[in-house]
Each structure stands twice: as C-alpha cells, then as structure tokens.
Design a protein around this ligand. Sequence first.
Ligand code: ATP
Ligand code: MG
Length: 303
Amino acid sequence: MKSHLELSRLTKTYEGPSGPAVIVKDFDLVVERGEFVTIIGHSGCGKSTVLSMAAGLTEPTSGGIVLAGKEVIGPGPDRGVVFQSPCLLPWMTALENVLLGVGQVLPGSSRKEKLRVAEEQLVLVGLGTALHKRPAELSQGMRQRVGIARAFALSPKLLLLDEPFGMLDSLTRCELQEVLLGLWRKDRKTALMVTHDVDEALFLSDRIVLMTSGPAARVGDILEVPFPRPRDRRAVMEHPEYYTKRERLIEFLEEQGPERRRAAPTHARPEPWVAESEADGSRDDALLAATVASIPSPVEKSP
Ligand SMILES: Nc1ncnc2c1ncn2[C@@H]1O[C@H](COP(=O)(O)OP(=O)(O)OP(=O)(O)O)[C@@H](O)[C@H]1O
Ligand SMILES: [Mg+2]
C-alpha cells in the first residue's frame, strides 16, 4: 500500500464576533491507498470541517492536503462526497441524478456508456427497480443509496462520507453499511468517513481516528482495527478484540466529554434552522449514552 491522502498540519480558524475561533489545529493524518478510515469525536469538535477541507469545500486557514500527489485546491470529481442527506435534484430520476456526475468524469464517452455506468452503480446499491423514480418517490434509505451510487459512479480517488447513515433507522443503517462495504470491497476506494457510531466505525474501518474535542481539535489517537476482511457482522462482534477496541473508543469519548466541550468556542452560533437538541450535541450525547449503556460488564462478557 502507498500513501494516498495526506492532511498536514491542517488548521481552520473562523472569525466570530468575539474574535477568531480555532476549530481545528495541526490535524495530521496519512491515509494509505485502499484504506477505510473513520473519524470519530464529539459533536461540534470539527469532524465535518476536516472532511469539508478534504473535499475542497472549505479552505484551510493553514496546512495542506495532498491527494494522489496533487495538492487539493477546491472541489473536484476526483472526490466522491456523501453527506447525511444526499442532495438529489428533485426533478430528476435516480438514474439522471447519478448520470449528472458520470457526465463530469466521462465527458468523451457516449450517452450509452454513461447510462451503463450509472445504471450499474444503481443496481449494485439495490435500486435496479427504482432507476426511473424521482427522489420524492424514494424512501430516505433509497435516496441515500442513490447518493452512494453517485459517489462510486465517479470512480473517485477518494470517498468522503460525512455521517452518511446518521438520519436512518438502525435496520436501514445496518443494510447500508453492508451495501457500502460491498461496493468498497470491489475496487477498494480509499475512504475517509465521519461517524458517531462506535460499532459502525469498528465494522467498517481499517483505522479509527479519535478526534479531541475543541477548541483547536486534533488527532488524539488512532486505533487499528484488526478484524479480517471480508467482514461479517457477527464474526466481527465475536472477535476476541472487539470489546477491548470498543471500550477504548468509549473511554476516549468519555475523556473528551462535556467538561472539555464546555470550553469550546461559543460565538459560532448554530444555524437557526438546526433543532436545539441537535445543535447542542444532545442527539450525539444520547447516542453515546446508549452506546455506553449497551457495553456488557466484564462478567457478562466471559463465557
Ligand atoms: N462556517 C462557519 N462559521 C463559523 N463557525 C463554524 C462554521 N462551520 C462550523 N463552525 C464551527 O466549527 C465547529 C465545528 O463544526 P463541525 O461542523 O466541523 O463539527 P462536527 O464535529 O462535524 O459536529 P457534528 O458531529 O455535530 O456534525 C463548531 O463549533 C461550529 O459551530
Ligand atoms: Mg458534522
């Protein structure tokens, strides 16, 4: 494997009414070609900020990003991005939405070839019978499948996924994790994904980046995930190291808990349309609390 993505001393400062707020500082990460890396950390620590800089949607204040030997300056079709909501054009069908991206990366190809690529990806995500449906006719899970198909159809050098399953119920979430792993396995696209879900991180990743809470968030630790691939959910959960890894993740998140976050910059107000429970991170605290509560005690773990 070869170094593919390098984030070097990545720093982002926002100007606010009470002065500059350093959100991310000296964030260093090297991702190998074909690796699946997730970033986990408390709400508001700056995970999306890092991903957005890698996507070229947010300009770093200092530091740099190199992808496949080229500095990242601005967005480009060499990066397939999947957000929590897939931002589909409502007047276009699933196929047309995916085709839009394919047109960007295969400008010289015939329409037939572009259609073949778009259709193939939609079939792979399980939407072979919904090619001609518009977003309004699709469930949230199906829309997210379109978003994933669109990202893979670009055949990108890097996949960037920001909590792609955050809005889904747990059953759909598990299904889509399998869909994502299936696609990823096919050609091992280098992937950088943000999640709040420790089990999701353990199921999908080769390494998990534990991000400190802000201000000036950085890489706090990196956890190697040793489970063999291809992965089966049950086999992963029964792996002798599963609970040790899971407990390390929880321990880190607890260490970086509310006291630290109270020190975070307060001037950067959430957007007014963000529900208060989400804006203050309580949705994620609830997820974390549920995760902590679901860890069996050492007694329960022993056979
Ligand atoms: N455009 C902006 N202007 C000012 N502050 C911003 C801007 N974007 C993000 N921030 C601030 O940067 C910090 C990190 O935000 P970011 O969205 O990266 O967090 P996050 O870790 O992705 O959180 P979550 O888990 O809730 O999605 C927050 O304090 C946020 O208010
Ligand atoms: Mg975020």
